[in-house]
Design a binder for this molecule. Structure first.
Ligand SMILES: [Zn+2]
Length: 137
């Protein structure tokens, strides 16, 4: 399989690892958005949020929290962005599920931006109902 994260997991491509257990590795992003940008990567290949099982997803976010605390105490990150892209339109560039833990420092140059869009009032209710009836708990 031509997956760069699977190659990293196999040891075929070097990485800067900050954590490993039976299910995950956490590594420094090779193209960091800021100092200490960490990726949480499950050892099994899941494409994205539509593919990963719920328990692994929960564990991944649990690890993201631990890494967030570590970035605060080790690098003095004041705040943290947790980002997770699913699919090409959403900016996913490696099709192996991963969570970005992006530390934020005062006066850093990071820009994460989405502009509000205009939606008609009656359409909002239609959208709300559609989503509501499609949520499967
Ligand atoms: Zn993979």
């Amino acid at each position: 399989m031509d997956c760069i994260f699977c190659k990293i997991l196999k040891g075929d491509i070097p990485c800067n690892k900050v954590f490993e257990d039976d299910s995950f590795i956490a590594i420094l992003d090779a193209f960091p958005g800021n100092e200490g940008h960490v990726l949480i990567i499950p050892k099994s290949h899941y494409e994205n949020i539509f593919d990963i099982d719920e328990q692994t997803l929960k564990n991944a976010y649990g690890l993201a929290q631990k890494v967030a605390f570590a970035l605060k105490s080790s690098l003095g990150a004041e705040d943290i962005n947790i980002l997770q892209n699913n699919g090409e339109l959403a900016g996913q560039t490696v099709n192996h599920f991963h969570i970005h833990v992006l530390p934020r420092y005062k006066d850093d140059k990071v820009i994460i931006k989405s502009e509000p869009v205009e939606i008609e009032k009656n359409k909002i209710e239609q959208i709300r109902q559609n989503i509501e009836k499609n949520i499967n708990i």
